[in-house]
Design a protein around this ligand. Structure first.
Ligand SMILES: Cc1ncc(C[n+]2csc(CCOP(=O)(O)OP(=O)(O)O)c2C)c(N)n1
Length: 349
């Protein structure tokens, strides 16, 4: 089976998306082990969201467009070139964590060099930031696009309405991407919005709204690329709804007791990784042995990163009150292991 006619995604990119997804999954697994060992305090990971995250991030101009992910977006981070080592430094609250100097929750990225906006724990707080970045691009006359990821629960926040309204009024170059996993911690969609689809709301802001299967890499890439091009071409914002499963409990501190066994099984059955692997194997782009090797290598890489991160020092107590309002930001950058020389996430070789 070859790629569908007219597919804008190259075979090479499809394979790179899968490779980053495998790495994201390996890191996800390791982070959960670290919480169970009492070494990492708290994790939320995007198991089930990876393909939506990585295939959408692959449409950005890396380092030129600004990215506004939320706490579940490990796939967005790795796709843009954040390394598992850096995420582990953060999860283990080490001083060398380049995103917050070891003072934030896991996966609270912040990278000026990659143009990743600081992740906020307050859901939806970053949508106005993304719109501000889009407005700044307009004022400066550059052609960067702001791309913002958030959950369906965040879509019910007032800040979301304000951000989309302002973006619609000024036709700003911003793409809103809702990763709809159907549940906000324990609250199902039907209890937090009266419309069927998050994308139905786009009409209120005079922007196109699209709802697609977020487990399909080609579909995600196609709709996101169109929205990014539209924004870059001066045609204004878009709202994309990527429907995904949440395969884990909400967080490492949640028992998932509010879902039935059948609901949890349905989420696991919708896992996007086997789906993309099958596509790649059917098209002759990936051998099963090669896949096994890739999975094994990802696991070894993450474990090697974990060993290195565990050996790094904790932050000095006297630094606790620095950077609260001003001062040198902790974005100095960790010294990366040699294996990351040239690492550019989904944009790499
Ligand atoms: C303003 C605000 N209200 C409540 C919370 C508590 N909270 C943390 S995550 C979360 C659920 C968010 O769900 P959703 O946006 O669907 O994203 P998901 O976790 O499902 O990916 C809530 C309510 C918060 N962090 N911020």
């Amino acid at each position: 089976m070859s790629a569908p006619a007219g597919s804008p995604i190259s075979e090479d990119l499809l394979l790179r998306i899968y490779r980053v997804a495998v790495l994201t999954r390996a890191l996800d697994h390791q982070l959960w082990l670290l919480t169970r060992q009492g070494r990492a305090g708290f994790v939320l990971t995007g198991r089930g969201h990876e393909i939506a995250q990585i295939a959408s991030a692959a449409t950005l101009r890396r380092g030129h467009d600004s990215a506004w992910p939320y706490y579940r977006d490990m796939g967005v981070g790795l796709a843009l070139g954040v390394t598992p080592y850096e995420i582990l430094l953060g999860a283990l609250a080490r001083a060398a964590d380049p995103h917050s100097g070891g003072r934030q929750l896991t996966m609270h990225l912040s990278s000026p060099s990659l143009r990743i906006g600081s992740v906020s724990s307050a859901i939806a707080a970053h949508l106005p930031h993304a719109v501000g970045a889009a407005y700044a691009a307009r004022v400066r006359g550059d052609d960067s696009v702001a791309v913002c990821w958030f959950g369906d629960g965040a879509a019910s926040e007032g800040a979301t309405h304000e951000a989309m309204n302002l973006a619609g009024v000024h036709r700003l170059p911003v793409v809103f991407i809702c990763e709809n996993n159907g549940i906000a911690i324990s609250v199902p969609l039907a209890l937090q919005m009266p419309v069927e689809r998050v994308s139905d709301r786009a009409a209120a802001y005079a922007m196109p709204g699209v709802s697609v299967d977020g487990t399909d890499a080609e579909t995600v890439y196609t709709v996101t690329r169109a929205a990014v091009e539209r924004a870059r071409g001066g045609e204004g914002p878009s709202l994309l709804e990527l429907r995904v499963p949440r395969i884990t409990p909400h967080s490492s501190q949640d028992d998932d007791a509010y879902r039935s066994d059948a609901q949890r099984a349905a989420a696991a059955a919708a896992d996007p990784l086997p789906r993309l692997r099958e596509t790649l194997v059917e098209r002759g782009l990936l051998g099963l042995d090669e896949d096994e090797g890739m999975v094994r290598a990802a696991r070894e890489q993450v474990i090697a990163d974990e060993d290195l991160a565990l050996a790094m020092p904790d932050p000095a107590p006297e630094r606790a009150r620095r950077w609260l309002h001003a001062g040198d930001p902790p974005h100095g950058g960790a010294v990366l292991p040699a294996r990351y020389a040239g690492w550019a996430g989904v944009f790499g070789d």
